[in-house]
Design a protein around this ligand. Sequence first.
Ligand SMILES: NC(=O)c1ccc[n+]([C@@H]2O[C@H](COP(=O)([O-])OP(=O)(O)OC[C@H]3O[C@@H](n4cnc5c(N)ncnc54)[C@H](O)[C@@H]3O)[C@@H](O)[C@H]2O)c1
Ligand SMILES: O=C(O)C(=O)C[C@@H](O)[C@H](O)[C@H](O)COP(=O)(O)O
Ligand SMILES: [Zn+2]
Length: 363
Amino acid sequence: MTAHNVSIALPDGRAYEIRIGSQLLGEPTSWQGLPKSAAALIVTNDRVAPYYLERLRSALLARHASVEALVLPDGEFHKDWVSLQTVMDTLLERQADRKTVLYALGGGVIGDLTGFAASIYMRGVPFVQVPTTLLAQVDSSVGGKTAINHPLGKNMIGTFYQPARVIADLDSLDTLPDRELRAGLAEVIKYGPIADAEFLTWIEVNLDALLSRDKAALAHAVRRSCEIKAWVVQQDERESGLRAILNFGHTFGHAIETGLGYGAWLHGEAVGCGMLLASDLSARTGRMPADFVDRMRRLLERTSLPVVAPALGVERYMSLMRGDKKSEAGEIRFVLIEALGRAGTHAAPDDLVAQVLETHGGA
Ligand SMILES: NC(=O)c1ccc[n+]([C@@H]2O[C@H](COP(=O)([O-])OP(=O)(O)OC[C@H]3O[C@@H](n4cnc5c(N)ncnc54)[C@H](O)[C@@H]3O)[C@@H](O)[C@H]2O)c1
Ligand SMILES: O=C(O)C(=O)C[C@@H](O)[C@H](O)[C@H](O)COP(=O)(O)O
Ligand SMILES: [Zn+2]
């Protein structure tokens, strides 16, 4: 399979490539052109390390005299201060200098955490994203949002800090559990209603191929998702407007993740369910026809993503969503679909939000 590159160009001449293909980890050209330094630190977790750590380490030894690894405990629950402190301790104990390159080997949890660490260690060292989940390949490794969670809110502490490159090796998806593959598909589905109606139809037609891990279908899904994300991020790197469309389903979704405790539902599961609720809110506010909600429900059900929200109660949802980063002066703002392939950020009447929660199990 040939590799596909998606480029992302940002202000001040900053740019980087997202390389998508097979056998990229062991391919020397994957790493060419990246900062060459004496030392590198691979940050990964105890689930991913047995599969891919040695493969990455041996590829990097051609570029760095020393390639060390930090293996963190696995899980969303560990995207926190303690893990961040562990990365800082490791860098300081090894006297890592400001040319040290960090490599994030894993899913979105490792990517967000390592990116954040790279952005603050000595006020910034280079880092490379090596995403190994579908979700990370289609979304989290691209665009430079880094963060850790706080018990009171998801991704509340973080920075915007871009990687030097993204290496999305599709072969790493071979070992991904089915539940994680389906969670990743939630973020793929997201790109259809917000930006590309044809892509939504393509996903519907090719869903069985994606679920059976057909490499060509996965390659197309990753590439198109990255193209759309790059198109958005290039226009609005720091989310002053347009970028918020990438948060479709996340206002409800983040409330679910925080409300249940991190890790109870996967991020993609919470976003999938959140997209159904946000689709319904788009219909109830008169922006979309009711059959769009049915269409989203059918697609999410076929993907085995949850379509019944956890019953946290309307007041708890409201309180959690008021803490969302898109809120302004205590007013919750939702990403709503305005037409297939177009979205925007809007406030919504509380009674309609309550109706949505009552209809889909959240109350
Ligand atoms: N920065 C962004 O723009 C952005 C975008 C979307 C999501 N996120 C964040 O990403 C996180 C979710 O990412 P995720 O879904 O990748 O979760 P994750 O990082 O927890 O990975 C999912 C699970 O799969 C395991 N795993 C990873 N690669 C594997 C492989 N190849 N084979 C077998 N197991 C593997 C992980 O160890 C973990 O158990 C959330 O914290 C979310 O907030 C960030
Ligand atoms: O890149 C973005 O912008 C996104 O919103 C992508 C989301 O899928 C992702 O979950 C992101 O981390 C959510 O951002 P947040 O600012 O709401 O924490
Ligand atoms: Zn997300």
